[in-house]
Design a binder for this molecule. Structure first.
Ligand code: PMT
Length: 397
């Protein structure tokens, strides 16, 4: 329930993507939000208001002259009652109206009369999106401080493929949750590693570590929610990329090392959450190694570079944060890693708590001692970690 108590005015304009808006309302309500739906006349041609009334538990507004509103100022009342206005889908026509301050129906009047932030999720045919007029309007809206969510690329209702799809309801909910998070890392650049690495032995075999990537992706999301510009370098992990995060996929420890070193010097914070394989085979066989009856082959291993230690050793390093997954003696081993890698903060977790699942238990080890965080979901812990990193940044900078 990450939107408990939040009041959302959801504007729906005329576009086929309106068929996704009932699901959006359902998800917002599930997160604890109060949703007031406002539709344009064109939107009511695509989907009946009663659907939204049933899902939101509130009558839908679409008429500027609605006789239910005694003072005939629905646009003012709706604006005062909202913490945020989200328009999803937002048609090309609606973006044009917004850009020019037109107010000829209830939703556009509400947008003009708002005293709360406005987010829009464009949805239209790719040529309409690419049209110079739409792009000019989008640039105006961006300059006016209106958040543009999407659009996404993919199959379109018109049969074309391209940029113009409304981003999915789950991603819109995540964007709203992010919107309400404190912007503790505003203007900061954060680089992270997540997931395992895979060290090839031959074309079909390799050495890897256990890591789903969930913890690292949660920290990337929390940093982005906190207003940072985030680059996530991930080993093979089947996780969706958090909205607004730049993701770079790598496979091996060497690839992860070179991707990190390419970006590290320009960052404010580096967080190593990846379970990097400490060793890799010295050589990778070109062809699949065959069972030749001579017994098991010997595989010579060499050590992978220590990415975290190398970032910490840069002439002007970012604030470096490491993770330590241990099965016993968490405090002792985490402190040992902190000293060995010369980093100000190590985040300790027990292997039995941290790997694979949605929840974790973290303890932060820094110059201030050990700070255990309350056990929780990985995203809750990630947000608490980001808050701690923000306080460290203030101290060191
Ligand atoms: O992905 P999940 O399933 O959600 O699981 C999350 C996790 C348990 C993998 C994560 O929370 C975690 O603890 N990651 C670090 C795992 C670990 O113990 O790493 P390590 O002890 O090998 O390394 C310590 C630190 O040095 C880590 O920050 C690691 O990223 C970094 N390191 C290690 C080796 C290496 N060659 N380069 C590195 O940068």
């Amino acid at each position: 329930m990450e939107l408990t108590g939040k009041r959302i005015a959801l504007g729906i304009t005329g576009g086929i993507a309106a068929y996704k808006s009932p699901e959006l309302v359902r998800l917002l309500i599930k997160e604890g939000a109060t949703v007031q739906v406002v539709m344009t006349e064109a939107a009511t041609r695509f989907i009946a208001p009663v659907t939204f009334q049933a899902l939101s538990g509130k009558p839908v507004f679409s008429d500027q002259w609605d006789s239910r509103v005694a003072n005939n100022m629905a646009h003012i009342d709706l604006s005062r009652d909202a913490d945020v206005i989200l328009v999803a889908p937002a048609s090309a026509d609606f973006l044009a109206k917004l850009a020019h301050g037109l107010a000829d129906d209830l939703l556009s009047t509400l947008a003009l009369a708002r005293d709360c932030p406005l987010l829009v999720a464009p949805a239209m045919n790719r040529q309409m999106w690419e049209n110079v007029a739409t792009q000019r309007n989008v640039a105006t809206l961006d300059g006016d401080g209106i958040a543009i969510l999407g659009p996404a690329c993919g199959d379109q209702a018109c049969g074309e493929i391209g940029l113009g799809r409304m981003i999915e309801p789950e991603a819109l909910v995540a964007a709203l949750i992010a919107f309400f998070q404190p912007k503790r890392l505003s203007g900061k650049k954060v680089l992270l590693t997540a997931g395992p690495t895979f060290e090839a032995i031959d074309p079909v075999r390799g050495i890897t570590n256990l890591s789903s990537g969930k913890m690292g992706f949660a920290v990337a999301r929390a940093a982005q929610e906190a207003g940072a510009e985030v680059i996530l370098i991930s080993g093979p992990a089947n996780q969706p990329t958090p909205l607004g995060v730049t993701r770079i996929d790598v496979v091996s420890g060497l690839e992860m090392h070179s991707a990190v070193m390419k970006h590290a010097a320009r960052q404010d914070v580096f967080i190593g959450i990846a379970a990097v394989a400490d060793y890799r085979p010295k050589t990778v066989a070109e062809h699949k190694i065959k069972k030749d009856g001579q017994g098991a082959p010997a595989i010579e291993l060499v050590q992978n570079p220590d990415i975290l230690a190398d970032v910490a050793a840069l002439p002007v390093p970012p604030l470096c944060v490491g993770f330590a997954a241990e099965s016993t003696n968490l405090a002792e081993y985490a402190e040992r890693k902190r000293k060995a890698k010369k980093v100000p903060l190590i985040v300790g977790n027990l292997i039995q708590d941290g790997f694979g699942g949605d929840n974790n238990t973290l303890t932060l080890f820094d110059d201030g001692g050990a700070t255990p965080l309350p056990a929780g979901s990985k995203i809750e812990l990630a947000r608490a970690l980001v808050a701690h990193i923000a306080t460290l940044l203030v101290k060191v900078r």
